[in-house]
Write a protein of this length. Structure first.
Length: 429
């Protein structure tokens, strides 16, 4: 890496915990970090680690421009919030600072309909979707075959997603999804029951590289809400099949729209004959694969993205030489989920960090926050994410059980807020 010591990075941050990693990684590289956002430090994890804290709202582009000039920012970055990414993109354009993609590329990759259309053009399988007609008399649901899943086209983080088994549930879910969409747009898909997968790519100098693939284990939903992740296990048991049948088409698909730099993830299913996709993100996601890549392959895409924000270059290493998705070790990212309530006390974080299997512990709550009913079925139900590394699945199962023995979150009545966790015995099947 080129020496970034003394460079100044402005970080747009809110409740999203990935922005906190941006700050911590940048500081390790000798970068001076300025974090802004109009939320209190208790609701802004990145502010806990910043060299300098500002209170300019991430929604006020004019004030952000003035702040960036005032603090002499060499670069501007954020976490994985799509709203904050769009504001960062606009701010970088105003100030002629590096940003990893164009607005046109972002609009393709952040919109579920646009992404699926790109896939169809390149003969990449996608989950089947339905179209309904809105009239003055209501919504014609006659084309639907239940169960279906209803989502905002341009939402993220699980907000506004519902599973429906009948027309009554669908009509309520349709309006809910519209309320979560900035454009009031909804996508309706077949609710697939199959193994879920997540795939990570990195882009460097116009070339797209497969970085990692995991199996997604989900918790049964409460009511009609989206299932939330309990565990991501690497490498995926479907990796070889995916590499042999679909990876090259996906690489060519993204290179066809001129992606130059950055990192992205895709979510989909592994069926008997193919891996159909349903959405992607041209950004970091909450699973923080950059920690695994650092541990397994000796480099971090977070470091590379910080370097790009400050210099316009992803820099070393050459991903063509180090990309290796078939990991030699087993990795697990656990999502410890919570119920609604007031977070009074978080227990066990420092004890977890001392375990030999631990790669990363990332609390999403620190105490003093509220998990409201509106957050049910979204990723804001995640209390903490824990990433572990072991030599095999048997050892991983034991390490996962240890995490559940140590970690706890109490509400203001002294009662546990933790929901049922991942059944580690599933790793031994």
């Amino acid at each position: 890496m080129n020496d970034l010591k003394g460079k100044r990075l402005l970080v747009l941050a809110g409740v999203n915990p990935i922005a906190a990693d941006v700050v911590q990684f940048a500081k390790r590289m000798g970068v001076y970090t300025i974090v802004t956002g109009n939320l209190d430090v208790t609701l802004t994890p990145a502010k806990r680690f910043a060299d300098q804290i500002e209170t300019v709202s991430t929604a006020d582009l004019d004030a952000l421009e003035a702040l960036a000039k005032e603090v002499k920012a060499d670069g501007i970055m954020t976490g994985s919030s799509e709203f904050s990414i769009e504001m960062t993109m606009a701010l970088c354009k105003r100030l002629n600072k590096p940003f990893y993609c164009t607005k046109e590329q972002w609009d393709i990759c952040s919109n579920k309909n646009n992404f699926k259309e790109l896939c169809r053009t390149h003969h990449v399988p996608v989950v089947h979707e339905f179209h309904v007609e809105e009239t003055d008399e209501g919504i014609d649901c006659s084309s639907l075959i239940y169960p279906v899943i209803v989502k905002p086209v341009d939402g993220s983080g699980g907000g506004g997603i519902s599973v429906c088994n009948d027309e009554e549930a669908f009509l309520a879910a349709y309006e809910r999804a519209k309320s979560y969409s900035p454009t009031g747009s909804v996508i309706i898909e077949t609710y697939v029951i199959s193994d879920e997968i997540g795939i990570s790519y990195a882009i460097q100098n116009g070339k797209v590289y497969l970085m990692a693939m995991h199996d997604r284990y989900l918790r049964e939903s409460d009511g009609n809400f989206m299932k939330l992740p309990l565990a991501y296990i690497y490498p995926s048991k479907h990796l070889q099949f995916y590499q042999e049948t679909q990876n090259q088409k996906v690489v060519e698909m993204f290179e066809s729209i001129g992606l130059q730099n950055g990192t992205l993830f895709i979510q989909g299913f592994a069926t008997e004959n193919e891996c159909p996709f349903y959405e992607m993100g041209y950004r970091f996601n909450g699973a923080k694969q950059y920690n695994l890549l650092k541990e397994e392959n000796g480099f971090s895409t977070m470091d590379m993205m910080i370097h790009h924000a400050l210099t316009g270059e992803m820099n070393e290493p050459d991903l063509a030489k180090v990309a290796k998705p078939d990991f030699d070790h087993v990795y697990c990212t656990l999502s410890l989920l919570g119920r609604p309530g007031h977070v009074e006390k978080v227990i066990g974080v420092e004890e977890l960090r001392k375990l030999p299997e631990i790669v990363d512990v990332s609390p999403w709550y620190y105490g003093g926050e509220d998990i409201t009913e509106k957050l049910m079925g979204t990723q804001r139900q995640i209390l903490c994410r824990v990433t572990l590394k072991t030599e095999d699945r048997v050892t991983m199962a034991k390490a996962i059980d240890t995490v559940y023995e140590i970690f706890e979150v109490l509400d203001d009545k002294g009662e546990s807020m933790l929901l049922d966790g991942f059944d580690s015995k599933l790793l031994l099947d």
